[in-house]
Design a binder for this molecule. Structure first.
Ligand code: KG4
Ligand code: ZN
Length: 361
């Protein structure tokens, strides 16, 4: 029997097994994370080693440094995840790993160790789409949440409106045409002299500011178009700052941060609600690093409640990159009989979800 055939029969056995323990591995950007998740939704451990301090001095993630740090950290973090879960390698049923999108060198670190473990332990390997991972964080946080729902995925690299029709079945409703929402936060924060990562810094300082001081442009695109664009807003903030600086005028960082943030959140919330109304879903979920934003959470909750919709968001630690969400997504793939062979490659810019685009307007 080949390794592949052996795994195929293992997967069939696992689909009938009661308790399934999956080790999740996530190394797509600047967090090295390993988690043990039982039956998709019970997190036994979720260890996250952030590289933020390392990259802060450069004002953003340096890919080469990220890969090297993942190499150093990945084995100890897997050991910690197993220890915290109180299990040994031999109790694992499956290995889940992010295959993309993300930084190629960073992804390869997680992929290599995932393959080595799956082969050595003779258990199935499942490659997980990072965006699907972010969406799945909602299943962990809300044990009763089931598809269908509409998910706004907003992170440093992605801004996607995804219609989750069933487990593992997605249609892309809209996406950014230029910068991701988190990218806009990070770039504006840098211009305001705030430290990396910009999202949490703007979130904090905006609390002291007045969002009505400056009206920055909101890009709504054509009627019933659910794509986003944030580069015009980013440029408007940078021009506003340059203008003040050229004239030697002082300004309030808090007011600019609050006004910028309000512009981002207005568009994200309005478009999400309009898309939900258009496709006829009443449940909305948030996912990704920017979903940790306090204004977005509060505003989305208020606006969705006004429309009689239900809103779901993961706790902040499950919004930003973590391996528990990867193990969760893999569980639902496994239940459908999906697994990968050891030829699985990393996909720095490919996403399953982005491929299935439907026209809504
Ligand atoms: O999901 P994530 O950890 O990594 C990617 O997949 O990109 O998201 C990181 C992004 C960064 O751009 C960061 O500035 C943003 O999420 N972020 C926030 C907040 N916390 C993290 N943006 C706004 N408000 C926050 N509280
Ligand atoms: Zn992410």
């Amino acid at each position: 029997m080949t390794y592949f055939e052996e795994m195929r029969s293992k997967v069939e056995e696992l689909r009938r097994k009661n308790d399934i323990l999956i080790l999740g591995i996530e190394t797509s950007c600047d967090e090295t994370s390993a988690a043990v998740v039982k039956n998709g939704r019970t997190v036994l451990s979720n260890r996250i080693s952030s590289q933020i301090e390392l990259h802060r001095q450069y004002g953003g993630v340096v890919p080469e440094i990220a890969s090297r740090k993942h190499v150093e950290t990945i084995s100890p973090i897997i050991d910690e995840a197993l220890e915290e879960a109180g299990i040994g390698f031999e109790q694992l049923d499956c290995i889940a790993v992010t295959f993309g999108p993300g930084l190629v060198g960073a992804l390869l670190v997680g992929m290599s160790i995932a393959k080595a473990l799956a082969y050595a332990l003779r258990i199935p390997l499942i490659g997980v789409d990072h965006i699907e991972g972010h969406i799945s964080a909602n299943y962990i946080e809300h044990p009763n949440l089931q598809p269908p729902f509409l998910c706004l995925v907003v992170s440093g690299g992605h801004t996607h409106l995804v219609w989750v029709k069933d487990y593992g079945e997605y249609s892309l409703i809209g996406q950014t045409r230029d910068d991701a929402a988190g990218e806009a936060y990070d770039k504006v924060a840098r211009a305001l002299g705030l430290s990396y990562p910009g999202g949490p810094a703007i979130d904090a300082v905006a609390k002291q500011g007045d969002p009505e001081t400056i009206y920055f442009p909101r890009a709504y695109m054509e009627e019933e178009n659910f794509d986003f664009s944030f580069s015009g807003l980013k440029t408007a903030v940078l021009n506003y700052l340059n203008n003040l600086e050229q004239h030697g005028q002082s300004y309030s960082v808090a007011d600019i941060a609050a006004s910028f943030q309000q512009a981002v959140v207005d568009v994200l919330v309005d478009k999400t609600i309009k898309a939900a109304q258009k496709i006829g879903v009443t449940r909305i979920a948030l996912a990704g690093g920017v979903a940790a934003n306090s204004l977005l959470r509060e505003y989305m909750k208020r606006k969705t409640e006004e429309c009689g919709f239900e809103v779901y968001y993961p706790s902040p630690v499950l919004c930003t990159d973590n391996a528990a969400m990867i193990a969760c997504a893999a569980y639902y793939r496994l239940m459908k009989g999906v697994f990968h062979d050891l030829y699985l490659t990393v996909e720095p810019s490919f996403s399953n979800i982005v491929n299935d685009r439907i026209q809504c307007g």
